[in-house]
Write a protein that binds this ligand. Structure first.
Ligand code: ADP
Ligand code: MG
Length: 186
């Protein structure tokens, strides 16, 4: 694959700012099958995500500190497949450093490799979290487009491409014109 050239600063329609959405449960494949966890975000209530072309994007994300008055108690919920269960903590286990503005890569699409039937938005955050944060409220901005969504002959090649996505994203997010977009999330 030849990757599209990425501009040295965000160009319209970016930055796209998405505020106060939340982490939902997926199929649990990110961590278990590829070793790269992705926070799944609902598409239905965000028109920007409904209309954006499928592919891989990059930007910054900020998990919102759970507010004691409106955050539900932790609860166990079923995954999409109805089989396994996960704990929704609503971000109550997060450490202060998890709440800083962090770099991310976002995949929007059908995940051809996994033959999904529903379009999904999944965000991998380049940060080492000590706990999950299902149900957590968050905001993020999309600053650029990395590549189209592809099918792969093996999971190893998929992982290799995601690692390249992460490296390219981090290199660009360091540039002043991208880095200054962090202030949208303060
Ligand atoms: P699911 O299919 O339910 O999204 P994943 O295997 O993709 O399952 O795991 C996602 C969960 O892992 C996220 O919802 C989040 O709570 C947690 N998580 C831990 N570390 C990260 C990270 N670096 N980036 C994104 N999510 C992470
Ligand atoms: Mg996921």
């Amino acid at each position: 694959m030849t990757r599209p050239e990425i501009p040295k600063k965000p160009v319209p329609p970016y930055p796209i700012l998405i505020r106060d959405t939340r982490v939902v449960a997926g199929f649990g494949r990110g961590s278990s099958e590829i070793g790269i966890p992705t926070a799944n975000i609902p598409i239905e209530d965000t028109p920007e995500l409904e209309t954006l072309p499928t592919g891989v994007y990059f930007g910054f994300i900020k998990l919102n500190k759970p507010s004691p008055s409106v955050t539900p108690e932790p609860e166990i919920k079923k995954r999409l497949d109805g089989k396994s269960e996960i704990e929704f903590t609503y971000g109550q286990n997060l450490q202060p450093k998890d709440l800083s503005i962090l770099p991310m890569v976002m995949s929007l699409g059908w995940n051809p490799f996994f033959k999904n039937e529903k379009k999904a938005c999944e965000i991998h955050i380049m940060h080492d979290f000590k706990s999950d944060f299902y149900g957590c409220s968050l905001s993020f901005n999309i600053l650029g487009y990395l590549r189209p969504e592809l099918d792969y002959v093996s999971v190893e090649l998929l992982i290799k491409d995601i690692q390249t996505d992460i490296k390219i994203a981090l290199d660009h997010l360091k540039l002043e014109e991208y880095n200054s977009c962090k202030k949208q999330l303060i």
